[in-house]
Design a protein around this ligand. Structure first.
Ligand SMILES: O=C(CO)[C@H](O)[C@H](O)COP(=O)(O)O
Length: 163
């Protein structure tokens, strides 16, 4: 499957980890940037680029999905949804990622890198690439975690609403 990934500085390491994971799984991944850490970069252009690519691929009959990362995922979802033909869902656990595919036919998933561990984000991204199937089986995969561009994951009880 083709998968288009975009982020900003807040999700850069998550995005790079996911890209490696998906590439290792045999997916055809396009990185829409940013490629390097720039604390003042902003997410809209990256996310819109990925969203447009998903629509372009799907219009051509190709299996294609998008994943956009940010600190919260909120702005990234909003930006992606500006593109006609995109149905971007904010996933905050594996269940909401699955439901976004099963009930909403989402073609882009937005994930808040500062709200999750990398393992959670990869699980949500991986599961969001699966549409309703007879078995409804899901898998998740782990990955090494690197902390330099993200804040540590907090427990649900202490998690704040910052992006
Ligand atoms: O989640 C986001 C938008 O929804 C951005 O990643 C977040 O706002 C970036 O914040 P900062 O510039 O303070 O690192």
């Amino acid at each position: 499957m083709r998968i288009h990934v975009a982020t900003d500085h807040a999700g850069l390491e998550f995005a790079q980890t996911l890209i490696k994971h998906l590439t290792d799984q045999g997916h055809d991944v396009t990185d829409h940037g940013p490629k390097t850490y720039e604390p003042l970069d902003d997410y809209p252009s990256f996310c819109i680029s990925a969203a447009r690519a998903v629509v372009r691929d799907q219009s051509a009959g190709l299996a294609s999905l998008g994943v956009v990362f940010g600190g919260s995922g909120n702005g990234e979802q909003i930006a992606a949804n500006k593109v006609e033909g995109v149905r971007a869902a904010l996933a905050w656990n594996t269940s909401t990622a699955q439901l976004a595919r099963q009930h909403n036919d989402a073609n882009v998933v937005a994930i808040g890198a500062r709200q999750h561990t990398e393992d959670e984000a990869i699980s949500s991204s991986t599961n969001s690439s699966r549409r309703r199937s007879p078995s409804k089986s899901v898998t998740s995969a782990g990955s090494p975690s690197s902390p330099s561009t993200r804040r540590p994951a907090r427990s649900r009880a202490t998690r704040s609403t910052d992006a």
